[in-house]
Design a protein around this ligand. Sequence first.
Ligand code: SF4
Length: 251
Amino acid sequence: MNGGKRLFLALSFVSLVILGTGVVMLFWLVMPRLQMLAQWSFYTAGAAASLFLLVVSGGLFLLFLSAITEKDFLFPHGKKQVTVKVLYPINLFLGFLLGIGRERVGESFVEFNNSLVRATRKRIDPGRIMILLPHCLQLNDCQHRVTADVRNCRRCGKCVISELVGLSEKTDAAVAVATGGTLARKLIVDIKPTLIMAVACERDLVSGIQDAYPIPVYGILNQRPYGPCVNTTVDMERIKKGFLSLFGKEI
Ligand code: SF4
C-alpha cells in the first residue's frame, strides 16, 4: 500500500471508532428514559442507531477497500463525496487534536484521493484529460504569457512548462496554466474535462479536489526549492506514472 495515504486511512478509522463510541454512549444515556417512556420508543431508537452505524461503517469499509486495493467497490459518486465533504474536515480536526499538521493531513488526503481515482479509472473517458498547472511553475522572469495560452511558451527549457507542453502533445491532453482558483474554475468550465491532472501545493490540491467535484482530480504535489509560489517545479516522473497507472500509457 502507498505509504502516503496511510495517515488519512488511520485518521478515518479513528474517526469511525469515535463516532461509533459516541452513538453507543448516547444510546446508553437515553436508554433508561426511553424504557420509562414506552418500550416501542426504546426499540425504535435502538434500531435507528444500529442502522446508522451499519450504513456509515459499511460505506467507509467500501471506501477503505477501494483506496487500499485500488479496485472499484464504490457506487457512482456517492462514497467519494463522503471523502471530500465529510471525511476530510473531520480528519483535519482530529489531526489538529493529535498535533498532526494540516499539510501532512492534506498530502495524505491527496494520496488517498488519487487511490480512489485509480480505483475508478475504468469509468473515466481518456479522451478529455486536462493538465492544470499553477502559474508559479513558470520561471518568474519569463515574459511569455502562458496563462493566456500555454502555446506562448518558447520551449527554452528554463522551466518545466516546456516539458509539460511536450507531454500534453504526446497524450492529447489539454494543458492550462491558472493564476488562481477563479481562473482554474473558468478553465474547467470551458474545457469540460473528464479528468483533471492537477499540479499544485497541498492546500490548492485539497481545495481543487473539493471545488472540481464530481470531476475526478488526480493530484501531484509541486516542489518548492525557492519557497512557496515562486519558481516551483514538478517531478515529471510522477506525472508519467500517473498516466501509466490510470490509462496504461507509457509516455
Ligand atoms: S520554458 Fe522558457 S519560455 Fe517556456 S515558460 Fe519556461 S521560461 Fe518561459
